[in-house]
Write a protein that binds this ligand. Structure first.
Ligand SMILES: C[S@@+](CC[C@H](N)C(=O)[O-])C[C@H]1O[C@@H](n2cnc3c(N)ncnc32)[C@H](O)[C@@H]1O
Length: 249
């Protein structure tokens, strides 16, 4: 069951509990909202065991009620929809949202990249990784590909004077043959497809580095702990240095 579906289910249960409570002991609208918030947040805390999921689910009922109250001008929803698309195009197409590599990951990544390598960041976000490498490793050729317009614009502003090739495109449409290092911080969803692409296109000496996300059935050649609270790791594969099973096969 997908996370979205579980959240919807959970909110429905919270709403059911709230309506039952209201039927049993009628209270004012603000108190009822507070109760719905507590029910949604509490159920989410129990189910997901993540504080931010609890917070998200606690905030949903009042926001939903506010939205339905009709006090918000219609242009707000248009702007919100455009912004969501501009930031989240990658999430819609590849099920990969925007979040950025942290300092620990960048520190681990830098020494893994051979001298003079051509590096590509697939789904480069706002250019965090490439800006870091451009500052510290003038020996590298750097390329970034980002699908969503807003992060791409932010990256363009950030990298325009740093000699980085910066493209707005679908990462899965890019031929990987020319790159010595492919860096990807995506999500579990596209990893099998990425592995198949890497196997089909990457040179025999090239390496694939995934921040955090595993490839089912393909153990990495090396793991480099990032040392953060999420216990992230950089996972390194040499996709074509030897015969390896295809993910999911
Ligand atoms: C988790 S962020 C990583 C950003 C950056 N690589 C970093 O490590 O800081 C993933 C990014 O990939 C982008 N993305 C998702 N699917 C994509 C695709 N098919 N092609 C290009 N970019 C994509 C998302 O928009 C998002 O900005």
């Amino acid at each position: 069951m997908t996370v979205i579906f579980r959240i919807v289910l959970l909110q429905c249960v919270a709403l059911g509990v709230t309506l039952l409570a209201q039927w049993w002991m009628p209270v004012s609208a603000p108190v009822l909202m507070g109760f719905a918030s507590l029910a949604g947040g509490g159920l989410a805390a129990l189910h997901f065991r993540r504080w931010w999921m609890a917070l998200l689910n606690a905030v949903m009922p009042p926001v939903g009620l506010l939205a339905l109250s009709g006090n918000i001008p219609s242009w707000f929803w248009l702007v919100a929809a455009i912004l969501t698309w501009a930031i989240g195009a990658g999430a819609f197409r590849s099920r990969v949202p925007l979040y950025l590599s942290n300092r620990g990951a960048l520190r681990q990544l830098e020494p893994l990249i051979p001298q003079g390598a051509h590096v590509i960041d697939l789904g480069a976000g706002t250019g965090t990784v490439l800006a870091w490498l451009a500052r510290r490793r003038p020996d590298l050729r750097l390329t970034g590909v980002e699908l969503a317009w807003l992060p791409w614009c932010a990256g363009w502003l950030r990298l325009r004077k740093r000699g980085v090739n910066w493209h707005r495109a679908d990462a899965f449409a890019i031929d990987l043959a020319a790159y010595d290092v492919v860096y990807a911080y995506l999500s579990p969803a596209p990893m099998a497809a990425l592995w198949n692409k890497a196997r089909a296109e990457m040179a025999s000496s090239a390496i694939l580095i995934s921040n955090s996300f595993e490839i089912d059935g393909v153990p990495p050649h090396a793991r480099h702990p990032v040392g953060d609270w999420k216990q992230s790791e950089l996972l390194v594969w040499h996709p074509n240095s030897q015969t390896r099973p295809v993910a999911g096969a």
